[in-house]
Write a protein that binds this ligand. Structure first.
Ligand code: NIG
Ligand code: FE
Length: 401
């Protein structure tokens, strides 16, 4: 149905700027944006439906490009421990951390994981999220990674949402491989990735490059296999220390390198040259009470695209609001509200390889947008979470959340 949406202002986010159209009109047809511009210039007449947006500000549908939303249990007990001074690394060394979520995730059925993830995804959707990345990485064997990735696919089938599924089998060492990290990496490369890719469950491959996870040499093996399978890569890099994982990611044309608090200027230069997006995760920075800031000046100076994401996970960022991350991106990392909004729209799309179809309001792109009853776009980064009045449109159809 060819629909005209009018009586609105649009922050189109073209080229990662607000790129505002005042008194805008948007025509959607067959799930795509057929026309967008000032209402006075609209010439299409064969309209089947007209929707008055009541003066709203329209933005692209928000994109959360880094989540671990599928998991069993939760770790509020560890949160209490950390508040008493025990560090994330110490908890991990004692068998807690990621390992405790692996136990809970392995014990949960696919239906249980689906039900709990669905609630969290719906919380994100209430913030205007229409596209979501979901990582595996709490199964750490073929059967349980498959279970997580199937839940990601099912969430896309059952909710009005675009989902990209990322295999993060190289997230942590499973207990059955204790002391044998190289063997686990070989198992990922020889068995897990080929099988999961053949089942159509994987859109990208990620790994955790860190002293308490995998070395750059081990990550590189995973990247080589991903490329053999025709899959793009991403990397958790430089979160707790500097191993130059982000430079490694750039060498493999990674879609993104994520976290990055400890990255260097050389890493930023490599990422800029490769077009690898810097995904900043202020929820984890805040929740771990990190003090090392990502090198924002270097990222800006070298023109690295910056995305923002929730990192929604039970250990380091139980963040159910992407808009709260906009605020944290501004307050913690000194992004401008405009950069923060680009970080959850156009640059988040780039971090998922979806820049050609999502992330900005442009002719030919998917008609995913949010009509917010706000005074100006900066309001999206200004309010600390909460529920802002809005209408959400996905593929040209208004959805109820
Ligand atoms: O993105 N850095 C590694 N992975 C997650 C943490 C996962 C967890 O602690 O459960 C992150 O912060
Ligand atoms: Fe993460």
């Amino acid at each position: 149905m060819r629909t005209l949406w009018h009586n609105c202002q649009a922050a189109t986010m073209v080229e990662g700027r607000y790129s505002i159209i005042k008194d805008a009109a948007i025509v959607t047809h067959a799930g795509l944006i057929e026309w967008i511009g000032p209402r006075a210039q609209l010439q299409i007449s064969a309209l089947e439906r007209t929707v008055d947006l009541d003066g709203a500000w329209v933005t692209p549908g928000l994109i959360d490009c880094h989540t671990h939303v599928v998991f069993g249990g939760n770790r509020s007990d560890e949160f209490e421990q950390r508040l008493q001074g025990v560090s994330y690394a110490e908890i991990a060394a004692q068998g807690g951390g990621i390992a405790s979520t692996v136990r809970a995730t392995r014990a949960a059925s696919e239906d249980e994981l689906f039900a709990s993830a669905r609630q969290r995804v719906q919380a994100l959707m209430r913030d205007g999220v229409t596209t979501l990345e979901i990582k595996s990485g709490y199964g750490l064997d073929l059967e349980n990674e498959r279970k997580m990735l199937r839940v990601a696919r099912r969430l896309a089938d059952e909710l009005p949402l675009t989902v990209r599924a990322t295999c993060l089998a190289a997230h942590a060492l499973p207990p059955e491989y204790a002391g044998r990290a190289d063997d686990y990496i070989a198992h990922i490369c020889d068995h897990m990735l080929p099988a999961l890719a053949a089942e159509g469950l994987v859109d990208a491959v990620d790994a955790f490059c860190e002293h308490l996870a995998f070395s750059p040499q081990q990550v590189e093996k995973v990247f080589i296999k991903a490329h053999e399978l025709g899959l793009p890569v991403k990397l958790h890099a430089e979160q707790l220390s500097s191993l130059h994982g982000s430079s490694l990611a750039a060498r493999y044309q990674a879609l993104s390198a994520d976290h990055l608090e400890f990255m260097t200027e050389q890493d930023a230069i490599a990422m800029a040259a490769a077009g690898t997006v810097a995904v900043l995760l202020p929820g984890a920075f805040y929740f771990l009470r990190e003090t090392q800031l990502p090198p924002m000046d270097a990222l800006r100076r070298h023109g690295v695209k910056m995305a923002l994401a929730s990192d929604l996970n039970p250990g380091t960022s139980p963040g159910l609001s992407l808009r709260l991350m906009l605020n944290m991106g501004c307050t913690c990392f000194r992004m401008t509200p405009e950069q923060a909004l680009a970080g959850v729209t156009l640059h988040a799309a780039a971090a998922l390889g979806l820049e050609g179809s999502h992330g900005s309001l442009e002719v030919g792109k998917v008609a995913d947008f949010v009509a917010w009853q706000i005074d100006r776009p900066a309001d999206l980064a200004y309010w600390l979470g909460g529920d802002l009045p809005k209408r959400v449109v996905r593929m040209g159809h208004e959805i109820c959340i």
